[in-house]
Design a protein around this ligand. Structure first.
Ligand code: COA
Length: 158
């Protein structure tokens, strides 16, 4: 096994332009619905977000991004991604666990996400983290590309 390092990027001041570029390249290459570089550069403008990334040696090989709404205790998973070379080793589980702990500490107790119906790896990840399917949104990602809406609520909110 290899050594990895999970770290948090909090707010615009800690997101360098180099890091925004690295994340946008990972997103462009490996995420089904990527954002443009501009969105990554302005990731924290007008948004309260949590970004947790994962490095092996000096290379960023994955990340997890949530929108926070601590006022109403909700958080929305926007993206989670692991470089294909490092998949199926439990790394996304570690990333998601670290993000959920951070969000709970910040006062969030309810979490939701959308996942494409045929993305079985992601669905397995979310189920094992305690998310449950509550709805199927037809054509959410385009024609014949439906989304499953999944939520996880801590006991006091379920
Ligand atoms: C989804 C993704 C983040 C999973 O990352 P990963 O590090 O390979 O996942 P893990 O090794 O932590 O495994 C998580 C679970 O998924 C399962 N899994 C991993 N790859 C799988 C695959 N190809 N098919 C089915 N299940 C798979 C694992 O067995 C594990 O299940 P378990 O909890 O029952 O043991 C990764 O596939 C990815 O980056 N995909 C592209 C981006 C994406 O689709 N993100 C989600 C958008 S909603």
């Amino acid at each position: 096994m290899f050594e990895y390092n999970i770290f948090t990027i909090e707010g615009h001041q800690t997101l360098t332009s180099e890091m925004a570029f690295v994340l946008s390249e990972l997103d462009r290459q490996y995420f089904p619905t990527p954002w443009d570089l501009e969105s990554w550069t302005h990731l924290f403008f007008g948004h309260d977000r949590l970004l947790i990334a994962l490095k092996v040696d000096k290379e960023v090989i994955g990340f997890c991004l949530f929108d926070k709404s601590a006022a109403d205790s909700f958080a929305h998973l926007l993206k989670i991604l692991i470089n294909p070379e490092y998949r199926n080793k439990g790394l996304s589980k570690k990333l998601l666990r670290a993000a959920l702990i951070n969000l709970e500490t910040a006062g969030c107790s309810q979490f939701f996400l959308e996942v494409e119906e045929d993305n079985h790896a992601a669905q397995k990840l979310y189920s094992s983290a305690g998310f449950q399917i509550i709805h199927r949104k037809k054509d959410f990602y385009g024609t014949n590309r439906s989304a499953l809406i999944m939520i996880k609520a801590n006991k006091s909110h379920s």
